[in-house]
Structures are given as structure tokens and as C-alpha cells.
Design a protein around this ligand. Structure first.
Ligand code: F6R
Length: 243
């Protein structure tokens, strides 16, 4: 693992956007693994600015997002489909069928999850996987005690995650969908490179245990220690519990 510690969240977003742009310059048709959430918003804003400014041409990439809530339509403003259109896809002009997310609204979410792994394999696999981390150490929606070799599947969300994500659902964690489809930890580890990003001191414990702690299913982020090409980009707050 390579750890990069930067002064603040803005520096983190710029550095991560630069790494992604370098990857896409090297391979304009790169397959990116993408994430949602607050940490990613600033990164996507940086990528959109680089695309609009002609610094990067991002329209030829294809992508697979990590996760989607079960039961939300793709038009629902709280869905990750909507988030991706708003924050990245509509600006970079990626074709709809090339920016893929798990179909959380599918009649049979288990089947949709299995099909997602098939589509991922058919694409040749992820070149660079962008990851955030939950305060409880989840990656994607692989909550503590997820198996380290899990594949894309339907999962139940931990109470900590419902609380972390309640803001989008009127502030009440009872309104957050209780299930999601997520790439598994095994699926994530198959990416050719991984970029884990965390900002803010609320992530410090999960970061320290993932990077320096024991490899353990109770800290899903620790599975990244198994990956030969993983860069961790942190601000001072997220790095504050590193030894
Ligand atoms: C979202 C995802 C999650 C988030 C994590 C951090 O697609 O996979 O693992 O990356 O919950 O979320 P934020 O950035 O909102 O703190």
C-alpha cells in the first residue's frame, strides 16, 4: 500500500482527480470502478472541471459503480444512478450504457447482482477502482463481517451505515433502504489498481485499522492490504490515527 497524506480535503480531491486523469490519458477507454458519497462529490467536481477545461477527455471511459440501494428507481434523486448522472455522467457525456450501476430496482435483485459480475468480467475487468470508506470500515456496502472473497450480491446495511447515510433521506435512518446490491470484497480486489480516499477525522479509526490493523473481516477495509497496487489518499484528519 502506498499512503499519501495531504493537508486538506481539497488537496485530496485534486490529487485523486489527477491520478484518474493520468490513468485515462494512458488508456482513454479505461474501465473505472466508481463510488458515490460525500467524499466522491468533490472528486467528481474536479474531474468535471478538467473535462470541461479540455485538460482531460473522459467521454470514452466506461465504468461500474460499486453499489446501489435495493428498491429505489433509477430516477429517484436519492438513488446512486441519479447521483452519478448529476455528479459525473451528464457532464463528461458518457453513453448511458457505459456508465453502469447495479440495478437496485430490478424485480429480482439477486439475479441483477449475478448479472453485474458477468458484465464486469465481459468488460475485461476494472482498471482502476475508486473507493471511499465508511466510518465502520465498510468498502462498497461490504459491512463488517462480510467475507473477504464475496462477489456482487444483495446485502443488509448496518445500522451505522443507515445513520451515516440518513441525511439524504430526511435525516431519519428509518427511511434509508435496508438493503443494497454491492460489489463484493473479492470483486473489488480483482481491480488492477485501487485508489482509497478518505477525508475527515470521522474516518481516522477505520483508516488506521484498515491500513495498519490486522487483516480481519470485522474491518472490511483491511482486505485492501491484500492488493498489490493500492494507493490510499488521506487528508490530515483521516490520517490522524495512523501510528
Ligand atoms: C458508496 C460507497 C461507500 C462510501 C462510504 C463513504 O458508493 O461505496 O462505501 O464510499 O460510505 O461515504 P462518504 O464519502 O459519504 O463518507
Amino acid at each position: 500500500m502506498k499512503i499519501v497524506i495531504l493537508p486538506d480535503a481539497r488537496a485530496v480531491s485534486c490529487a485523486v482527480a489527477d491520478i484518474i486523469v493520468q490513468e485515462v490519458r494512458r488508456n482513454p477507454q479505461a474501465v473505472l470502478g466508481l463510488a458515490t458519497g460525500r467524499t466522491m462529490e468533490a472528486i467528481y467536481a474536479e474531474l468535471c472541471a478538467r473535462h470541461k477545461g479540455g485538460i482531460a477527455e473522459l467521454s470514452n471511459i466506461s465504468s461500474f459503480n460499486l453499489d446501489e440501494y435495493v428498491g429505489l428507481s433509477e430516477e429517484d434523486p436519492r438513488s446512486y444512478h441519479y447521483y452519478m448522472r448529476e455528479n459525473l455522467f451528464s457532464t463528461i457525456g458518457i453513453e448511458a450504457n457505459k456508465g453502469r450501476l447495479p440495478k437496485g430496482a430490478a424485480h429480482d435483485p439477486e439475479q441483477a447482482a449475478a448479472e453485474y459480475d458477468v458484465a464486469l468480467a465481459a468488460s475485461g475487468g476494472v482498471d482502476m477502482q475508486l473507493l471511499g470508506i465508511g466510518e465502520n470500515g465498510h468498502i462498497g456496502f461490504n459491512e463488517p463481517l462480510s467475507g473477504l472473497s464475496t462477489r456482487t450480491r444483495v446485502v443488509a446495511l448496518a445500522k451505522a451505515t443507515l445513520e451515516q447515510n440518513a441525511k439524504m433521506f430526511g435525516g431519519d435512518y428509518n427511511n434509508v433502504p435496508k438493503q443494497a446490491i454491492t460489489m463484493g470484497i473479492g470483486t473489488i480486489l480483482e481491480a488492477r489498481s485501487i485508489l482509497l480516499v478518505a477525508t475527515g477525522s470521522a474516518k481516522a479509526r477505520a483508516v488506521a485499522q484498515s491500513v495498519e490493523g490486522a487483516l480481519s473481516a470485522s474491518m472490511p477495509g483491511s482486505a485492501l492490504q491484500l492488493h498489490a497496487k493500492c494507493i490510499v489518499v488521506l487528508d490530515q484528519g483521516a490520517a490522524s490515527e495512523l501510528g
